[in-house]
Design a protein around this ligand. Sequence first.
Ligand SMILES: *Cc1c(COP(=O)(O)O)cnc(C)c1O
Length: 405
Amino acid sequence: MHSLIEQERAYGAHNYEPLPVVLTRGKGVYVWDDSGKQYIDMMSAYSAVSHGHCHPELVGALTDQAQTLAMVSRAFYTDKLGLFLKKICELTGQDKALPMNTGAEAVETALKAARKWAYTVKKVPKDAAEIIVCDGNFHGRTITIVSMSAEPQYRAGFEPLTPGFKQIPYGDVDALEKAITPNTAAFLVEPIQGEAGIIVPPKGYLKQCADLCRKHNVLLICDEIQTGIGRTGRLLACEHDGVKPDGVVLGKALGGGLLPVSVFLTCKEVMNVFTPGDHGSTFGGNPLAATVGLAALKVLVEENMIAHAEKMGDYMLTELKKIKSPLIEEVRGKGLLIGLSINPRYYSARDICLRLMKEGVLSKETHSTVVRFAPPLLINKEQIDFVLKALNRVLTQAYEEIKTT
Ligand SMILES: *Cc1c(COP(=O)(O)O)cnc(C)c1O
């Protein structure tokens, strides 16, 4: 085995199963391995690299700020945090933002805000607040967040779990109505479930959820860590349904592919439940992260990446649907968040990813059956055609092999 892979495996925890490729360099939609082979990155670090690898303007903003002032903690004000918070509030139409680093921390922030709002504003009895989540959800990996998960592997061995969560089927408005009680604080939902395998709910689902939540004084909180920042052809995926949620969680691409930057956004009434000392993060909102987050938003808008993602996503989805292969069960997605589900009778999604890798296309399976296509948003038509041709070759070859055995 490759010595660098061996080293990682020898000294690292075995909590991931990477494809056997050692990447050393990236630029735009491309990455290169240690032998110099070029690949199109159809993974973008689980959508964290929407702006493309090492975007020059973002790298410039990062390096300038790193040489000026990188980190002071929230013990002091800086000349950068306010700019970033204002920009993200204006773009999303929310009143206030609380900065964290990783997605999971911002989700935890949303959960804390929802619970405290339930007790102090909605007057839910002590310790009784409930948060409704969906089957198949992915919101991160902390113990509280895996307590909300329906995925046995995410929870097993990490008990005791945090109480106070209720799971309902995804895409089912009636189930939400039935699950709401006077103690319900919030409904936390992904507009499209990414890790579950790019699951797109029925049209209008989010709108109906929003109406129900309003009727029952329940906060609708959208986890847009993966779907947000242009990924689906809108700044936020909930815009497809014309919904303005009560809370939004962003992360991943907000860091411009350079740093972990996340936020929880909400209205004044909810955010004002936090008082000094309630909640915090040493690194959250540091000037380096605020600078990169602000630049990531500016570049996204100035380079028109959102409309481009919609156009390229439509093109890729249409072309993928034209591929006739018995190995494909379904193609689904929105914008540049696309899942290709592979018939498990023949191959695992990982088998297909390994074959694509040889063709210069990097992706990764989600669960065992779905190949994810979520490239940097600046991918162009020629690059998509390259991927489609590679995929066609892989599927044809793989099918030939079954027929001959
Ligand atoms: C990736 C992801 C998270 C967790 O983000 P981390 O930065 O890995 O903690 C939460 N929610 C969704 C929808 C995600 O895709």
